[in-house]
Design a protein. Structure first.
Length: 208
């Protein structure tokens, strides 16, 4: 570990950092493959699903896939919802560039943690494919604790569960609002614009 940096803990988001997550591309893929079967006129026909509160509340662990299907049953074919979930699982593949960064900081000696919004069914379906999970010293997944980023409670749960000092911790997440929330509690952060940017920022901070 670099003695010239104050950091001891590197916290990783999963989506768009270690695991692929691009909702716009996902909707494009679903539209292209399912438009004829479900009479979709444009990709935007899927936006009401992906941007709905109930769809995102799956990350909080208070609604299930079946709840979402039932909620939309009067507006969308339930088989379309089932197809969406299949595509979501295929879409959540590992990002090698993210894993390279994880391996670098881990090999140097930093403690590593996960802080991620993730729905229960999705996580249970894809996590067996994530060999990198055993590299972490701890993880807080939103559905398990019934709170999501950028709500401060989920950050407090991470800090308290693993006795982390905020000032010694750095959070890597793809969303600015999640980094802003972390900073409220004294956790520094890097917005993952892309993996080259993250690596350059880690070098500036003398972490790698």
């Amino acid at each position: 570990m670099n003695e010239n940096t104050k950091y001891k803990n590197i916290i990783f988001d999963l989506g768009a950092v270690l695991v692929n997550w691009q909702p716009n591309k996902l909707m494009e893929e679903i539209f292209k493959t399912q438009k004829e079967r479900f009479n979709l006129k444009q990709k935007e026909d899927l936006v009401p699903i992906f941007q709905s509160k109930i769809f995102n509340e799956m990350d909080r662990g208070i609604v299930s896939r079946e709840d979402v299907i039932k909620y939309f049953e009067n507006d969308f074919d339930k088989n379309l919802l089932k197809e969406i979930y299949k595509h979501v699982e295929k879409h959540l593949y590992v990002l090698p560039d993210g894993i390279k960064i994880l391996n670098k900081v881990k090999n140097i000696g930093y403690k590593t943690y996960i802080l991620s919004n993730f729905a229960k069914e999705n996580f249970e379906a894809v996590s067996p494919n994530y060999d990198f999970l055993d590299k972490f010293d701890g993880a807080i997944i939103s559905y398990k604790v019934k709170t999501i980023k950028p709500e401060l409670q989920i950050y407090k749960i991470l800090l308290n569960t693993y006795s982390l000092e905020p000032s010694e911790s750095l959070f890597i997440d793809d969303r600015q609002e999640n980094i802003i929330a972390a900073r409220i509690l004294g956790i520094d952060g890097i917005v993952c614009k892309n993996h080259d940017f993250v690596e350059s920022e880690l070098k500036k901070l003398k972490i790698i």
